[in-house]
Write a protein that binds this ligand. Structure first.
Ligand code: SAM
Length: 434
């Protein structure tokens, strides 16, 4: 399954149409042209009661599309990554004639840099102009092997530019609303809500800040600002719905999702790489993975990245759909994922309450493995199998005491930039999760 296509089409749908579409029309008619055999990757995006979804399969190298032109559609989608001998022009004309005047054409093509039969972005733009339409959004997917190019196209009524009906207001939120903010959750049993740990995670954070005195700090998921308040250096906090209850100094808060922050804000403001990063945003594996991928891009040799919610104390706490007060979601999957795909990273698990912390060192801002394997990773860890946390996670196998002496020596090495020294390497070998 191509997860990035599904995510991007979902993102385009929220951005251009949103869930208020039923206020504009009673039903939204969606049509997908599947250029190859196999099921659609994206039909579930339109699994909404105000959408109808139809599709047709055409087989390469055919460009003879059979589209019932008596019916017109609000959204037409064509995903063509391989582009074997297809006449995009011929298809363009057919598809635009089946598109309602205020409709959207979502075109997904291969990255012509990886695949020289794919059209370049300017070829798509010229094709649109020739067909009295224009590109209203155009982006490139960095993750995965296909590096798809997305073009969102609308019809124009005159050749000088858009003068049709007003466009729907652009939506800010690009991804789903966090599920754990969507209403009260009734408590599960005492056993299912139990937590444990040698010391509270906030005390450990206080200790970390004192030991490594970072020059800068970045936190994803800040809620009341309690962990953010432990930082004494210039700090950045990211949270779509911050609800600050403490005094924060020297801190800039971005009320955005982390995906939005990294896509639109970070490239302009994060000039230096970060010393200390805490990932505690959306408690779902794919979000934590993306947060890690994005944070690692802004890391240096001695950066310490800490991840919360890595050790659920009961399988119920680890459900992807929240069903208990204590909720770690499936963030724990980062451990087997990073062990498999990034054996070069060192992961050290620390026994804090309520749900443990994972310290990650040896990051590399140049390593693209997780980005490249993104589709396969999500497919393997969520879609093909969605396992319960194994006993090794529930029993916190390999976790170390927050007072561990070697850990304190390692924190000194992080602080004085000697993380690559023989002594630090030996300690990492001793402490890391095997
Ligand atoms: C457990 S709370 C953070 C607690 C805080 N780190 C502390 O220890 O004091 C998780 C926060 O993540 C935020 N969150 C949810 N989805 C997010 C996303 N996509 N990006 C960034 N933050 C998100 C929520 O709004 C919530 O405030």
């Amino acid at each position: 399954m191509n997860i990035t296509i599904k995510e991007n089409i979902g993102k385009a749908f929220s951005k251009f149409i949103g869930d208020d579409a039923y206020q504009i029309k009673n039903t939204l008619k969606i049509f997908e042209i599947i250029y190859d055999t196999g099921p659609s990757h994206i039909s579930s995006v339109f699994n909404k009661d105000f959408c109808t979804y139809e599709s047709v399969n055409i087989l390469p190298p055919s460009d003879e599309l059979i589209i019932n032109t008596k019916t017109t559609y609000d959204i037409i989608i064509f995903v063509n990554l391989t582009d074997k001998n297809i006449s995009l022009n011929k298809i363009f004309v057919q598809l635009l004639s089946a598109l309602n005047d205020d409709g959207y054409f979502f075109l997904v093509t291969g990255n012509h840099k990886n695949n020289n039969t794919s059209p370049t972005p300017s070829e798509i733009s010229n094709l649109s102009k020739l067909n009295h339409s224009r590109i209203v959004d155009h982006w490139f997917e960095k993750r995965g092997k296909d590096n798809e190019v997305y073009s969102i196209i609308r019809k124009t009524t005159n050749k000088n530019g858009w003068d049709g009906k007003p466009e729907l207001e652009l939506r800010h939120s690009l991804l789903d609303i966090p599920t754990h903010l969507s209403g009260p959750i009734s408590p599960a049993s005492e056993e299912e809500e139990k937590t444990r740990g040698k010391i509270p995670y906030l005390s450990f954070f206080d200790h970390i800040h004192k030991k490594i005195s970072p020059q800068n700090y970045l936190e994803i998921g800040i809620r009341h600002g309690r962990s953010l308040a432990q930082a004494k250096c210039p700090s950045i906090g990211i949270d779509p719905t911050p609800d600050i209850k403490v005094t924060l100094e020297n801190t800039i808060i971005y009320p955005n999702t982390s995906d939005d922050f990294f896509e639109n804000i970070a490239p302009n403001i994060l000039k230096n790489n970060r010393d200390l990063i805490f990932i505690d945003g959306m408690h779902l594996f794919e979000y934590a993975l993306r947060d890690f991928i994005n944070c690692e891009l802004y890391s240096h040799e001695s950066t310490l990245i800490i991840i919360d919610d890595i050790f659920p104390c009961h399988p119920r706490q680890a459900l992807r759909k929240r069903d208990s007060q204590v909720w770690t979601g499936d963030v724990w999957k980062l451990i087997p994922c990073l062990k498999h795909y990034r054996p070069d990273l060192a992961m050290i698990a620390v026994d804090t309450s309520p749900t443990g912390l994972l310290l990650i060192i040896n990051t590399s801002c140049e390593n693209q493995t997780l980005n490249y394997e993104y589709n396969e990773i999500i497919d393997n860890f969520i879609y093909k199998q969605d396992p319960e946390p194994p006993e090794s996670i529930i029993s916190r196998q390999g976790i170390i005491d927050p007072d561990n002496n070697s850990l304190n020596i390692l924190l000194n090495s992080i602080s004085n930039g000697s993380i690559k020294s023989d002594q630090a390497c030996k300690i990492i070998e001793e402490l890391k999760l095997k």
